[in-house]
Design a binder for this molecule. Structure first.
Ligand SMILES: [Zn+2]
Length: 326
């Protein structure tokens, strides 16, 4: 039976996003995959996340039934997870889900009877942007996802470079301050994520608010990064300083990435990137300042796929499984 469909699944600690893609010209013509269905459900994290895999299987089977899709016409299910995935496809723990080491793809495949592949969520977002988003004109991209935490991905020659243990491109845990004594979520100190994630930007504002009595933030209770971006656009000094500090550390992190991979472009995604030039301008300025030789010519582009990057990337990851085509 002709293989006409792929599921892209983005598993998060709060919700699971699903995309159903139709392959317009079977597997021959690149970039002809159309998203024909998109939905999400709340992640069932009971019993240390033991129910998640069967939850995903049920959702895909339900959708296939609803659309009249035969299981044998599904090429595969791509699943991205919020944790490292090694070169053997073993998930090496997902703290947000309660998972330890897990053979997630194998388990999903056993339940659904459809071929499955698993990758890290930041890698999936990078692959999605590289093939369908901002990076589609390029072969080599580095993506940084700036949200509550900071994720990174390296796409080399159109493929995910995840590394031996799944840690390649983990820009969020680059050391940018060796004198820091407070701990990062990873257990070490002085990571980029501590200063430039949404959490880091908010912390900066909270710690410095007492020195900025005229800041607009004084009038907003429980302010968010979005509030801060709006205040920065109005010229608020504290908010501008907070984004400038985050931009400095991100620019430094990107300069390390440029030194290691010299990509065609950088793509910046995640919730914080919605602040636009407020964050992208200082990132670019500090990147220019810290990068070596002609690396400063590397363009820094905003991501365009938003919350869909993961499902696109998970779909693409499956499509790249050449040996499945035999
Ligand atoms: Zn860290």
């Amino acid at each position: 039976m002709a293989k006409e469909y792929v599921f892209g699944v983005d598993l998060g600690g709060t919700e699971i996003k699903f995309g159903l893609f139709r392959l317009e010209k079977e597997l021959e013509k690149e970039l002809e995959r159309t998203l024909i269905g998109k939905w999400s459900v709340k992640t069932n994290k009971t019993s240390n996340g033991e129910k998640v895999i069967s939850q995903i299987a049920e959702e895909t089977e339900k959708k296939a039934k609803e659309k009249g899709i035969d299981k044998n016409s599904v090429y595969g299910i791509g699943l991205c997870v919020p944790g490292p995935v090694d070169k053997y496809g073993l998930v090496r723990g997902c703290v947000n889900l309660g998972w330890g080491y897990k053979k997630a793809a194998e388990e999903l495949q056993n339940i659904t009877g459809v071929k499955c592949a698993v990758l890290n969520d930041a890698d999936a977002a990078g692959l999605g942007e590289a093939v369908y988003g901002s990076g589609r004109k390029y072969k080599n991209i580095v993506m940084a996802t700036i949200g509550t935490g900071i994720g990174g991905a390296v796409i080399y020659n159109g493929k995910v470079l995840s590394g031996s243990r799944g840690n390649a491109g983990e820009i969020g845990h680059f050391k940018v301050n060796i004198n820091e004594t407070e701990k990062c979520t990873c257990g070490k100190c002085g990571c980029l994520e501590q200063y430039a994630s949404a959490r880091g930007i908010l912390n900066y504002a909270k710690e410095n608010l007492k020195n900025y009595s005229s800041s607009l933030l004084n009038d907003i209770s429980n302010f968010t990064v979005k509030d801060m971006a709006q205040c920065a656009q109005k010229g608020d000094e504290l908010c501008t300083a907070a984004f400038d500090t985050a931009g400095k550390y991100i620019g430094l992190g990107l300069s390390y990435m440029a030194g290691a991979f010299d990509p065609d472009v950088f793509v910046i995604g995640g919730g914080v990137s919605n602040a636009g030039d407020v964050i992208l301008k200082p990132v670019k300025e500090y990147f220019d300042l810290y990068s070596f030789n002609t690396e400063s010519e590397t363009e820094i582009l905003p991501a365009v796929l938003g919350n869909d990057a993961g499902i696109y990337g998970a779909c693409e990851y499956v499509m790249q499984k050449e040996d499945w085509k035999k």
